[in-house]
Design a protein around this ligand. Structure first.
Ligand SMILES: [Zn+2]
Length: 310
């Protein structure tokens, strides 16, 4: 029998989500990825199963997937770095490796995945790493379920933290997922030592020129922002209002945004979530000096298969 080639990462994750909805109903979250990985080949009639899911010391790697040819069949071992102290990250890593198994195992036998070296990857490598991350994100946090949890609530870091707990992922992963589908203008900013490490905008924020370009440049935190007051406020989960121009000088003077903040001791990083009102009709697209911005940012999106300290 000729194997059916895998569809894209979203289609494959949705297919599994539908099965989990049917078989487990309300008990399906957080997704039991280890069991899913072990059962996958049997469920779908593949003759090259994942036989072991193992936690191990993997210096420099988050996870790996290795194929070994036994006499009559190929077997796969999924390994995650057990030194990682955050369970949500281990779940994400396992789902990422399962993504490689489903999407990419016919192309090669070894996958070794880290979070920090994405800028050095060749584009083909970036693509498969990004695909495995997209698969993991959709498998662990199906958008329809996520949207249903948020409802009409005023979104803040408490609400998103509840979602992170439901899905068994890190808060960062949950915020990134929300940014994918929200219609609000919102930006996640991760900073350390007074400058922005990386940032991610929702689609509507991006389209209205509300974003940061951080690749290859040092972007200081704006003076007057909550993020820049490291000594004063360690946590502001509901958010405070301040002038949108504090962060985005091209927003109207009278506009306010809501800034939320969590300082993580573990990574010495600050996570800020900025939510802005709807954009006003703009001059932005007429200015013509930012033609490359959106392309560059989308490129960043694709390249950012692995974001630091997920
Ligand atoms: Zn990978």
């Amino acid at each position: 029998m000729t194997p059916i080639p895998p569809k894209g990462p979203i289609a494959e994750a949705n297919r599994l989500s539908m099965l989990l909805n049917l078989s487990l109903g309300n008990e399906r979250f957080p997704v039991k990825v280890e069991q899913l990985a072990r059962d996958y080949a049997g469920q779908f009639g593949h003759d090259d199963p994942i036989t072991h899911v193992i936690g191990d010391d993997l210096p420099g790697f988050e996870g790996a997937l290795y194929g070994t040819d036994k006499e009559e069949r190929r077997e796969w071992v999924l390994i995650y770095n057990s030194a990682v102290q955050v369970p949500g990250r281990i779940r994400f890593t396992m789902a990422h490796e399962l993504g490689h198994y489903i999407l990419h195992r016919h192309a090669r036998k070894t996958f070794e995945c880290s979070q920090d070296d994405m800028l050095r990857w060749e584009s083909a490598e970036k693509r498969i790493e990004a695909e495995a991350d997209v698969f993991a994100s959709y498998l662990l946090m199906p958008i329809d379920d996520f949207r249903g949890r948020i409802g009409d609530d005023l979104v803040n870091l408490d609400v998103l933290d509840d979602c992170a707990r439901r899905y068994g992922v890190s808060l960062t992963a949950a915020v990134l997922k929300w940014l994918e589908f929200t219609l609000q203008r919102a930006v996640l900013v991760v900073s350390t030592g007074g400058h922005i490490l990386w940032a991610r905008s929702s689609q509507s924020a991006l389209k209205s020129g509300v974003f940061f370009r951080t690749r290859g440049r040092v972007v200081p935190l704006p003076e007057g922002s909550l993020a820049a007051c490291d000594d004063i406020v360690v946590q502001e989960r509901q958010g405070i209002e301040l002038a949108a121009q504090t962060w985005f000088p091209r927003e109207p003077k009278e506009m306010a945004l809501r800034e939320m903040k969590i300082v993580s001791d573990r990574y010495e990083q600050t996570m800020s979530l900025l939510i802005l009102p709807k954009a006003e009709p703009r001059y932005w697209q007429q200015e013509g000096d930012d033609d490359g911005d959106e392309r560059e940012l989308l490129d960043d999106y694709i390249g950012s298969g692995h974001l630091p300290k997920r």
